[in-house]
Write a protein that binds this ligand. Structure first.
Ligand code: GLU
Length: 297
């Protein structure tokens, strides 16, 4: 008697999902101001920056493309100018002009210690929404990656403002847009929290950690509202879930993990158990340029 082999579709375990991360070819890493500064003073933490750069160079050395999205321009400029908050818009933009240059100088120096090329790309919402600018930005990213350079991205805070509706507004969303624009297959969002919880764990002891998200439901997205954890940077959980939507609909997996120890980057990429993993869920009808055009309107 011949047996028909019955193939059951085994559900992918979270370990399978994580193991897939070993094969990723193009990775975007986002780090926020709070993960780059010393808590006590707000000055840059050079040790952390050094480890971050080493992690990124090591990904590059494995033949993978890597892009960094970094905050810290305004904070760095504010420290340089000895200004205390609250700042006017013009002061913030002046701080960004000074701080971005300082931030890049530091990154450039460390990247060159590891013999890698760092490249600066500053973007606004217009870079994504305008067809011509988007194509130009895409070409530049592709050319830089082909040259094995490491693009370092921030919002162009010096020129973009809500007043002229040119702002993306936070680097979580920016990093997801960069993921979509470059066709990256993994986005790692480093945060000051371990990942996604059912509620803010700093305020609710019963909040449960969510290990994986396969589908972004409206319920999940509304859970992220009003949960900005840190006093620096602009990203709470809401912006992270917006980022998750852009990244996963564009076909990338995303991981939110704690950036307190930036060595978490290689641990995630080795498929180890860190952070919340959002499974790629490519949606052919999703237009990220249109999505960002409608954001904040
Ligand atoms: N682009 C801002 C900066 O570099 C930070 C935005 C954010 O943290 O989300 O200062």
């Amino acid at each position: 008697m011949a047996y028909d082999r019955i193939h059951t579709l085994e559900e992918e375990t979270v370990d399978d999902l994580r193991a897939n991360l070993k094969d990723k070819k193009r990775v975007v890493v986002k780090i926020g101001s709070s993960s780059l500064q010393h808590m006590e003073t707000g000055d840059l933490d050079y040790t952390k920056m050094d480890i971050l750069v080493r992690e990124l160079c090591n990904i590059r050395n494995q033949g993978k493309d890597v892009i960094l999205v970094t905050s810290g321009a305004i904070g760095c400029g504010r420290k340089a100018l000895h200004l205390k908050p609250p700042l006017t818009l013009a002061q913030k933009q002046a701080c960004a002009a000074i701080g971005q240059a300082r931030l890049m100088t530091t990154y450039q120096r460390i990247f060159s210690e590891y013999s890698h090329q760092a490249a600066q790309i500053l973007m606004t919402r217009h870079t994504i929404v305008s067809d011509l600018n988007r194509r130009n930005a895409q070409n530049t990213f592709h050319e830089l990656l082909r040259m094995e350079a490491i693009p370092i991205v921030n919002e162009n805070d010096t020129t973009s403002t809500f007043e002229v509706e040119d702002v993306i507004g936070d680097n979580d969303t920016l990093s997801a847009l960069v993921t979509a624009l470059t066709g990256a297959d993994l986005l790692i969002l480093l945060s000051d929290i371990n990942g996604l919880y059912t509620d803010d764990p700093r305020q609710n002891a019963d909040a449960k950690f969510i290990e994986r998200v396969d589908t972004l439901t409206d319920e999940l997205i509304s859970m992220g509202k009003d949960t900005t954890g840190s006093s620096v940077g602009t990203g709470g959980m809401e912006t992270k879930l917006t980022a998750a939507k852009i990244a996963t609909y564009s076909g990338a997996d995303m991981v939110i993990a704690n950036g307190a120890d930036v060595r978490v980057i290689h641990r995630i990429m080795e498929g180890r158990n860190y952070g919340t993993i959002f499974k790629a869920n490519k949606n052919e009808n999703f237009d990220f340029a249109q999505f960002v055009d409608e954001l904040h309107k």
